[in-house]
Design a binder for this molecule. Structure first.
Ligand SMILES: [Zn+2]
Length: 261
C-alpha cells in the first residue's frame, strides 16, 4: 500500500462535511441507545457529547474516546461514526464519546480552531472556549479505565500511537498494532515525530506533565482522570477509508483486549 504523496507542508487530502457527519452520528446514536448532549461554547460553536451507560446497571469499565480536536484530521470523526453505526462498542461498559472537539477547524480544514489556537496545546490552563467547555464536562466524569484519543499525522509513513501507561504492561499497544496491521501500514521509523519508538509504531513518551508547558488533552486526562491513555495516529497521506479503518481497528483491538472480548 502506497501513500498518495499529496501532503507537502500540511494536509492536502480529502475533506469531510463535518456538520453532516455529526448529523449522521446523532441519528445513529439515537438508534443505538446513546444519550446526547450539546454545549454551545461560543456563538456558532457547539460541542457534541455522547454517553452510554453499561447495560443492566453493570459496574463498568469506564471507557472514553475523543476525536476531531484537529480540523485537518477527518478520519477521527468518521471513525466515531463507524463505531457507533456498527454498534462496535461494548454494551457492558460505561462509555463517553467526544466525536468532534474542534468544529470550526473542520469548516476550514485547519489544525487550529477559527481563532488560530491549537486546542491540543491548551489543557494546562485552558483559555479557548472549546477546551474550557470540554474540561468542565470532563470534570463531571468518574475515573476512566481506558482513554483513546483519535488523531492523524500528515507526515507519518504509517499508523503509530503514544502510550501513557505508568502501571504497565497492559499489552494494549501491541494489540492495537496487530489489529491495524492488516488494514494499514505501521510506521517502521525508529524516530517518529521527534520521539524514539519502543517497538514499531509504539511511542512511550515521558509522563511528567510538569515538563510540558503546553498540555495536550492526554496530559489533562492523565493528571485528572486516568492511568491508561492512548493517542492513536493514522497516516493521513493514505486514502481516507484506510485511515478510518485503521482507527476503528485500533479502538476495537484495544477494547477487545481490555475487556477480554
Ligand atoms: Zn491531531
Amino acid at each position: 500500500m502506497q501513500g498518495l504523496g499529496l501532503n507537502h507542508g500540511g494536509y492536502h487530502g480529502e475533506r469531510i462535511d463535518a456538520p453532516a457527519v455529526l448529523r449522521s452520528l446523532v441519528a445513529e446514536a439515537g438508534s443505538h441507545d446513546w444519550r446526547q448532549s450539546e454545549v454551545e461554547v461560543a456563538p456558532g460553536r457547539r460541542l457534541l457529547f455522547l454517553t452510554r451507560p453499561a447495560a443492566e446497571g453493570r459496574p463498568g469499565p469506564n471507557l472514553y474516546l475523543s476525536a476531531g480536536i484537529h480540523g485537518d484530521e477527518p478520519a477521527g470523526p468518521l471513525a466515531m461514526l463507524e463505531l457507533v453505526r456498527s454498534d462496535g462498542l461494548p454494551r457492558d461498559a460505561n462509555i463517553w464519546l467526544c466525536p468532534c472537539l474542534n468544529p470550526t477547524g473542520f469548516m476550514a480544514s485547519t489544525r487550529e480552531n477559527e481563532d488560530g489556537a491549537d486546542l491540543n496545546r491548551d489543557y494546562r490552563e485552558p483559555s479557548t472556549p472549546e477546551v474550557r467547555a470540554h474540561v468542565e464536562w470532563l470534570a463531571g466524569l468518574p475515573r476512566l479505565d481506558l482513554t483513546i484519543l483519535l488523531h492523524e499525522d500528515w507526515e507519518s509513513a504509517g499508523f503509530y500511537l503514544y502510550e501513557l501507561n505508568p502501571d504497565g504492561p497492559s499489552g494494549l499497544a501491541e494489540s492495537m498494532i496487530a489489529a491495524v496491521r492488516p488494514v494499514c501500514p505501521i510506521d517502521p521509523s525508529p524516530v517518529i515525530d521527534g520521539r524514539e519508538t519502543h517497538a514499531p509504531g509504539i511511542i512511550r513518551p515521558p509522563m511528567d506533565p510538569t515538563s510540558r508547558p503546553q498540555w495536550p488533552e492526554a496530559f489533562w486526562l492523565y493528571q485528572h482522570r486516568t492511568r491508561l491513555s492512548y493517542t492513536i495516529e493514522a497516516p493521513s497521506d493514505f486514502v481516507l477509508s484506510v485511515r478510518v479503518a485503521a482507527l476503528v481497528a485500533a479502538v476495537r483491538g484495544a477494547i477487545g483486549k481490555f475487556t477480554g472480548i
